[in-house]
Each structure stands twice: as structure tokens, then as C-alpha cells.
Design a protein around this ligand. Sequence first.
Ligand code: URA
Length: 258
Amino acid sequence: MKEGQLKQDGAGEERLSRFLARSGVASRRHVDELIAKGRVTVNGRVAVLGQKIRPGKDIVLVDGREVGGAQKPIYIMLHKPPGYLSTCADPRGRKTVLSLLEGVPARVFPVGRLDYDAEGLLLLTNDGDLTYLLTHPKYRVIKEYAVWVAGPRDESKIREILSGIIIGGKRVQVDYARFRNGSDRVQELVIGVHEGQKHLVKHICHSVGYEVKRLKRLKIGPLRLGSLKRGAWRYLSPGEVEALYEEARKGWEGEHDN
Ligand code: URA
């Protein structure tokens, strides 16, 4: 059994959060938020965190719509352009990445976040287990970014970044950081992180005095954006999906060799 695939409990019961994630409602973290906000009911009663259900017997509704159970997993790689939200809907009516996915036969949701003004590799899936493994820092799956910053090349800033930056009172461990290209006024850095706090790479750069001009995600674990064009998407191959699961398994066992 892969990491993150929880067992069913006794007498055919299953944790509600696992059932919702497996059913493609949202990632495991997000389904807990849905439950906490009272948007999930089981047999007509508002569900609570940690609740168990009997799949196929209990009636589970999210926002009044019935949840059907397991469906075929779908894995998509999108080259997100700037100017799109990596959420499923926006109350302010801004464009979301889902509008770029014409022809996808099932509901998918983004794996983690990529800022509105950021671009690059975004995974979308209905597999809540994989989403959990790729986004929870304990599995140490590294996301790699190219970031263009204003200012001169200064190696001491790289040392500062690598020594551990304090963000929101907590030390963030950066897996790697180096300069790649640059001119007098703009530098391109490559930064790898396995943590996923909001605006993490921007905070890292700001904390050493660099203003971020552009941010692009290049890799998630072994998966590279490659030559996929801006706004284009493709399905992952079974081998790519397996490699992502394998990366999380290695991270869990502490086998990373950055
Ligand atoms: N770090 C950021 O600052 N923004 C992103 O979108 C991803 C990582």
C-alpha cells in the first residue's frame, strides 16, 4: 500500500475525510476545512472532524450535493500562465486555472498553490492521497522555482537563505538555492523547497532584500515542466504518477539526497 493510503476501519467504516478525498471532492487538507465549515452532512446531520462513515450506506452531501465514492484518478500537468488563480472558483470572478482545462472528463483540483502572478508547473488531480503526499512537508517532496529578482548578484544572500530564514516566527529550511543567470540589475535564482507556506519563495527573497519580479515553478519532485507551452496541459503517464508516489515514499523514509 502506498504512503497516505489509509486503511479502512472495522465493519466497513472509513474516515469521512479519506472518503471525500478519495471521491475527488478536494485534497485531504481541504476536505477537513469543508467539514470544519459545516459544509458536509452525513445522513442529514452536519458532519464533524474525525467522523467515520459506511461508504455505500451513509448519504454524504457536500454543499447539498451527493458524493458518489471512488472515481477514475486523473492526473494533469498544466503550464499555468500568470493572471490565473490556482483555485476552483473565485468569488471575485477572476479567471481560474480550471478554465484552461477544456475536455477534462472529471472534476480535478490543483495540488498546492501557485500565486496569481506566478507561472509554471501546476498539477491537477482528483487523487486526494497524492495531493496530500505532495503538499505535506513531512514527505519532503521538493518544488523547484526559478525566481527573477531585482538587485546585484550577492553570494552572501544565498548563504543567508541556506542558513534558514525565519518566516512568521518559524525557521524555514530551504533545500537548495543558487544563482543561475543574471545581469547588473536582475538575477535569476533557482530555489528548491519542500515546505508550502503561502508566498514562501517571495518571502525568502524579500527576507534577504531581493524584490521578486517573476516566479516560475519548474519541478515538483521528479516531474519537470519541460517544454510544455504556457496555458497548455497534458495528462501524466502512469510512470510519472508512480514516480511522484515513490518520491513521497523516499522522503518519508528520509532517503532524500539533495
Ligand atoms: N512561493 C511563492 O512565493 N509563490 C508561489 O506561488 C509558490 C511558492
